[in-house]
Design a protein around this ligand. Sequence first.
Ligand code: SAH
Length: 566
Amino acid sequence: MAGVSAPAPAILILGQGSVAAARKAQRALDGAVLYGLAERVTDADRNFEDFGGTIRRLFQEDTPIIAFCAAGIVIRALASHLQNKRAEPPVLAIAEDGSAVVPLLGGLRGVNALARRIGDALGTTPAITTTGEVRFGATLESPPSGYEIGNPGASKRFMSDLLAGEKVKLSGDAPWLRETRLPFDPAGNLTITVTPQAREATAGELVIHPRSIVVAVAGGAEDLSQQVSDALAARGLSPKAVGVVVAADGDAARPEIHAMAKSLGRPLRFLPDVAALSLSNLAEAPIRTGVVTIAIVTGPVDATTIGRARGRLAVVGLGPGAAEWMAPEVRRALDHAQDILGYETYVRMAGPFSAEQVIHASDNREELDRARHALSLAASGRSVVVVSSGDPGIFAMAAAVLEALEGSEDPAWHGVELVVMPGISAAQGAAARAGAPLGHDFCILSLSDNLKPWSVIEDRLDHAAAADLVLAFYNPISKARPWQLGRALEIVRAHRKPETPVVLGRDVGRPGESLRVVPLGELKPDDVDMRTVVIVGSSTTRTFAKADGSTWVYTPRWYEAGPQDS
Ligand code: SAH
């Protein structure tokens, strides 16, 4: 899902012997997730089967990676992906028992700081190899979070001048600089200037901007990005010194506000009322021009202390059951969610989850309540996932969430970033197993009369069968609806020949999956239960023997015979 926050680190371990050290490292890192090799590690937060594939996927997703294994394994796995040193996340190799910490990649993204944190947790000195870091305890190319280099093109030269023995004077202040071993000297030839002001750097000057500007917008405007640039320019401020953009809950969905925050590359936070924003450590009185207010605080601003993030709600489809049938974006949404809601069986299918993730499992019948619960959690700024089996838009939660949202007048609900992520529906899964019964026009019907009158179902069945569509039945039968399927089959049989193939897919993609192909004339309601999807062929649906003795079913793409009535 989109978002400005960086992914939490992933800790990868290949054996049970690394669990203790990995957990120590994990406790030192915010939100880190422990991944264990499936066949060797029993109590990780998540499991993986293929080390190379997993580490490359994490790398591409920009996830900081801490791998408890030989550095060579990591290097070989990532070698083909190392193109852009500014884009790579921190990557560290750690000896399997935690005795050595080796930062490998991500020098510009704080890998050394990460290595120190982990080294402290494991009681070992990290093997830091970056020259400036070793000599001065600082990498000016990547200042700590909260600071940004104004003239990054000059930082490499600046660093090599320092290494060659030049002294540096400091103009402005940043506490972290004072803790380094940089050769400060008021008479130095080099200068580090710490300022939120935009500055054309002179020769031998490195400009560092503290992210100390709060941009608050009261409402949107088409040219909002321009207005913000103008407001900053009017005060001589650098856009790089912006720390956070703040807007009202009611404006949470306005695209121009998101575009502006994105172009600044800064987090966007929301408050009920931006006029009520009060900042304790103001450096200068806020100035308002039009809808834009600019405030400057002393030192970098901590965005997490202002308002809340825009809540997200993803309504996801897990597919019929098999993990390989779940879309990667769904897996990611599940991995990053704070709250997961859904029918208990499906929530279990969607796991495993880490200890910080909150699971709200519920009964299958409370769909609208669950939808409202999900929206209110997301409206409070949380990242929420609602799970459905199969596709969330087919007899599932997506429609319930939209119904709940349409029925609400709460601007915070409408401000939630809502996305629906598709899944493979039961009929598609069963069809793939059988061959291609949905190869031509088809329709999907739910035989449940919980939410619609039975007379409507009969009428639709009659028309769909008369139209010679392949029919897929969901919710075909249940204890509370014992006779309906028999009646439905009577209606279909009035239009289709007894030899019409019927596919019964039960628990498709799940343990104990079964697939049967029976002629319509022989199908009995007892052959079917609520975990079955029923696909009734059309007049053109064909079968032939598979080499293994079972049956292929397909509906050709062409059509010549007209609808038949038997
Ligand atoms: N959103 C789901 C459907 C929910 S309705 C989807 O897109 O698949 C529930 C019905 O779907 C069940 O009664 C059954 O008919 C069908 N179904 C769901 N998962 C199934 C599976 N793995 N195998 C067979 N049928 C399934």
